[in-house]
Each structure stands twice: as C-alpha cells, then as structure tokens.
Design a protein around this ligand. Sequence first.
Ligand SMILES: *Cc1c(COP(=O)(O)O)cnc(C)c1O
Length: 460
Amino acid sequence: MTETNMTANASSTPITNSSLLARSLAAVWHPCTQMRHHAEGGAMSLPLIPIARGEGAWLYDFEGKRYLDGISSWWTNLFGHANPRINAALKAQLETLEHVMLAGFTHQPVVELSERLSALTGGELGHAFYASDGASATEIALKMSFHYWQNQGEREKTRFLCLQGSYHGETVGALAVTDVALFRDAYAPLVRQSATVMSPDARQAAPNETAIDVARRAAALLETRLQAEEGRVAALIVEPLVQGAAGMAMYDPEYLRLARQLCDRYRAHLICDEIAVGCGRTGTFFAHEQAGIRPDLLCLSKGISGGYLPLSIVLCRDKIFQAFYDADTARGFLHSHSYTGNPLACRAALAMLDIFESDDVLAANRAKAQKLHAALEPLRVHPQVRHLRGQGMILAFDVETDDVAFSRRYYRAALNRQTLLRPMGNTVYVMPPYIINDAEIEQLGRVAQAALDAALGGEA
Ligand SMILES: *Cc1c(COP(=O)(O)O)cnc(C)c1O
C-alpha cells in the first residue's frame, strides 16, 4: 500500500462534508455529469452533496444538514431510506445466502419473486428473466423479441419502433431506442438507430383537441409506420402513461389500447418499459393496467427493489418462452449477468411487495397524490408555468424561460431550501417516496414555488 492510500484509509480522521467532497472529486467519476460543473462556480455549477445517511424521506450530510428527497433518489426509493422492514428482510437474507449464480442454480427469493410478479400480471406473463439495471432489461427485451422472431423463422423482423423523446437506457444497445440527442449523438456511429414514431404526449394538443385525440392521432401514425414496414418490425417499445426522461410527458391510456391492437394486427411485440412507471408510481401497480391491456414483454427496475439494490426484471408471455424451449442450445436465450437474480436484491423486492400488500399502498397513494396536487395547484396561475400535470405520484410542470441554466439554478435554489428537486431541462417534477407525510408534502409544494421564483430571479 502506498503512503497516499494509507492516509485516505485512515479511519481515525473523522469525515467532514468538505473532506469527502474533495476526495470524491479526485477519485470518483460521477454519472450523467460534466465533472467540471462540480468543480467550478457560475451559472452552470452543480454542487456535489455529501450524504452520510438516510432516514425516511430525508438524506443527511455529515454536519446534520438534511434534504427532503423529492425525487426518490432518481425514481428508485418507494418506502423511504433505511426502511425498518426492508432492512430486517435484508439482514435475515444476508445471514442465509448473499449470492449464488443463477445459471444452473436456484434459490427461494428468486422463485418467490418470479411467482408473485407473474401473479400480479394475472399469470399472463409467466416467466421472469433477471438482470441488474434498467438498460440491461431493455436490451434483454429487445434481444428476446428479435430472437423470438428468428426462432419462428421470421428472419425479416429485425426493426424496433420507439416513441419520440423515448428513454430506455444508455448502454449502446439501449441507445437504439433512446431518442435523446444529448445521450445519443456522441455515440451515433456505434448505435443501431430505431425508427421513432409520434409520441402521444398530451401537451401537443391543438386548441380544439383533447388528450384522447392526441393519442388517436399518434396511433394513426403508428399504424402508417407499421404498414410501411410490414413484416419487418419485431417490437414497439413504450413507457406506459408517462415518458419520464422525456420531461414527464403524460398521455391518455387510449394510446396503449390502440398500440396493443396494432401490434397484434401487424404481428409485432409490445414491450412496456415500466422501469420508472411501475410499482405503483402511476396509481396502479403496473401502469399498463390503466389501459386494460398486457404487453408481451415487461421491463421492471428502479422501484422494484424499493430503491435498495440494483435489480431489473423482464417478464414475458409463455408463448415467447416456448419459442426458445428446444433441444438446440442456440435456440435458447443465452444471455446472463454475473449477478443475475441476486438473492439480496430479490429479497428487497419481496419486502417491497409485502409492504405494498399489507399497507394497501395504492389506496394510501391516491390520498397523498391528491394532497400533492393541492400543494402544487397555486403554481397553475404563475405567469411562466405551463402544463401543470400529474399521474399518480408524479407531478410536473414546464417553465417558460430562455435561461439555459434554469434547471441548475432551480436545483441549487431547492437545495438551499433543504429539498432535492432536480428539473429535467425546463420541466420541474415531484416524484417523492410513498411514505411522504403531510408536512413533507407541504414543504414540497412550498419549495417548488419558492425555488421557481428564486431561479427565475437569478438567485445563486
Ligand atoms: C432509468 C430508466 C431506464 C434505465 O435504467 P438504468 O438502471 O438507469 O440503466 C430505462 N428506462 C426507463 C423508462 C428509465 O426510467
């Protein structure tokens, strides 16, 4: 060990906010960030926040300052940080089995989780395939769909369709169906670009149009595309009801009903990416339920482990599973990750499902969502606020401003008010953990407004 390493490891030196920040900037490459914005001041600066511990909806630094986690730590945390019930389940699992490979081995948590998720789809999606992150779930769904058609002898079905503004992850494969220029353009030569079709985003409604009209207009264009590419489309991938990273674009479930019909008619799979919108976020356990449909493939991650451990799952129809079931090895789905089906992550997911059932979370969330709406409602008349909207435990509004640093200013202004709110471009959203209480809802409403005025006024 070198001398520098020994200094860094010295446990006798108490960690402070500033010492940890300095070490993080020196040793950690933070995700989704121009690192220089962490190191420099100015309008585009992004403060790096040291976190010592979490409890409930709150994150604490090393000096006792705390932040209300208004975005569920990147949409993952459902029942609060250090949730006693999930902690207890994980401690027991830790004493029993921390990990075993899932190729050739099986264990209780992965079996129970697969059975319970299948039951939540009414048994229609009967098999569960495991990975560790959302982008991998997207890749698995795309590969499964493509390989299914190959196994069926439909060699021309090699194309995927996605919605405008879609986000399904950032690995090279997932970028094929991620329509976000900032994430994709730098890697364009590496990416096999899919075709994008009109998003049913209700904000596009003409003055005489309703959200359902926009959904029908988008579905008509989807049909045009499926017709033009007849026999070549393997799957359409969508985020049901809310396109999260597209700026919380919300749309009418009619689009999903029509997309389901069209995928059946043109023999393409419907992949629902519920990585962000699943697990009760939109008001039903799965968002697609609100359209009364089922996808052929369903991707889950983020909230599935309660925000505790990296876990993703692709559920599929038995018909898809059966197309791989064969004496020939190469017709099987030969995809794996080292931590596929990790027992700790599956146990966290089971604990999350237990809480869902025992606490009647969907009903409780309905009441909380109403209160959140009421807390943000005053923003509707703000002269620079557009499209205040909500779907379950997601609320969002757009801000009319030309300031390119707006989202940074807003983020800093909210942090100055003990609240974590991180706008995407000019879209501000609130997506709190489900355990949020009345006082915390009040704070979110108050800070959402105060940070807006501060950011627009050029504070910080
Ligand atoms: C976050 C997200 C992903 C990617 O998940 P990662 O775990 O970040 O790779 C994919 N799809 C949607 C809808 C997401 O919100």
